[in-house]
Design a protein around this ligand. Structure first.
Ligand code: PMP
Length: 344
């Protein structure tokens, strides 16, 4: 990359394999497609779309629908091209070179990339036995006076969940802004999106990419005070979310109830997978997300791939397996069991 500036040359770009065939358990997607009723309504609406016009920059109808679901005003909501775009906008809007960003670690890899793009200093706060180490975070907040504190709960990749009181403790101890990434909150025991409204220094980020089965349309949203939302809107590129995506996301959120059954299935399959792996002698962490986190040997990983079952293995060692449909999880367990039988 001859023309790239020096400070970016060591950055690790995000990479995820595009797999279209087999059992796809590597990207934390929903195994279920969008409910038919939503697609039918989308097709009706799309037929009337003025394709010759730019999208509504304010995303009025979608923001109203989101505001309605969370009982907030539409000026407390903004939407972007995935929650990625909004989280990055918050970084760009707040960070000066050499500012400090604190994040629990391991967590979503883009936080570090966004910090580097803003020439900020990224400091990871390690999990302690795979639990959020809030005391260590508070100690670092005191020491570094960070501009941003990243909290992803349930956390990608280990599925750990941070109780709401702990998030309040973090927000109350910092002068910085807490970016609360709730990409997987639909699969958790309870929701705390409202914290984005209750604390002037919290922005809650959510997405249509996981429980709502819509990663293909790339829509995320943020909920916070008007001041914080105005800040993100001031930074975001204009017209970034397409009219088609705005329409489909609006219909989806208005029909959230149609997703509930599948969300419950994913949660119960997650718990079944955890139990089955534990029975086979694996150490598996509790998870409040739609994935589980455990150590899979290289041989088993290869065997799964030979059987066209794709999971995510990190360079650091552990693997993350997205919860699939019941039959997909059965196929996964079958390969794991046959592998274990051969070993014993
Ligand atoms: N946050 C977390 C924790 C994620 O895992 C992801 C996607 N893998 C995102 C944010 C970004 O999601 P999207 O841009 O699709 O909304």
């Amino acid at each position: 990359m001859k023309f790239m500036k020096k400070s970016f040359k060591n950055m690790e770009p995000y990479f995820s394999k595009n797999i279209t065939d087999g059992i796809i358990l590597n990207a934390n997607e929903s195994p279920y497609n969008v409910p038919d009723k939503i697609i039918d309504e989308y097709i009706k609406r799309i037929k009337k779309l003025n394709f010759n016009r730019y999208p509504d920059m304010a995303a009025t109808d979608l923001c109203n629908a989101i505001a309605n679901k969370f009982n907030v005003s539409n000026y407390n909501v903004t939407v972007g091209v995935g929650s990625d775009e909004l989280i990055e906008s918050a970084f760009r809007a707040t960070l000066e070179p050499n500012d400090i960003v604190l994040s629990f670690s391991p967590s979503f890899s883009m936080y570090k990339v966004f910090a580097e793009l803003s020439l900020a200093k990224f400091i990871p706060i390690d999990f302690k036995n795979n639990k959020f180490d809030v005391d260590l975070m508070l100690k670092n907040i005191k020491e570094y006076n960070p501009k941003l504190v990243l909290v992803c709960s349930p956390n990608n990749p280990n599925g750990a969940f941070l109780e709401e009181e702990e998030i309040k403790r973090i927000a109350s101890s910092t002068n910085g802004l807490v970016l609360l990434d709730l990409a997987y909150i639909d699969f958790a025991k309870y929701d705390y999106t409202y914290l984005g409204m209750e604390f002037e220094n919290i922005i809650a980020f959510r997405t249509f990419s996981k429980a709502m089965s819509l990663p293909s349309i790339r829509v995320g949203y943020a909920i916070s005070s008007k001041d914080n939302i105005d800040m993100i809107n001031a930074i975001k590129p204009p017209y970034s979310v397409t009219s088609q995506s705005l329409i489909l996301a609006e219909i989806a959120i208005k029909n959230y109830d149609l997703y509930k059954e599948n969300i419950e299935k994913i949660k119960s399959e997650r718990n079944r997978l955890i139990n089955e792996f534990i029975k086979l002698g694996y150490e598996v962490l509790p998870s409040e997300a739609n994935f589980i986190y455990l150590n899979i040997s290289n041989d088993l990983y290869k065997l799964l791939e030979e059987n066209k079952i794709y999971i995510r293995k990190f360079k650091t060692g552990p693997s993350r397996i997205t919860v699939g449909k019941e039959e997909e999880n059965n196929a996964l367990l079958e390969v794991v069991k046959s592998y274990e039988n051969c070993r014993n």
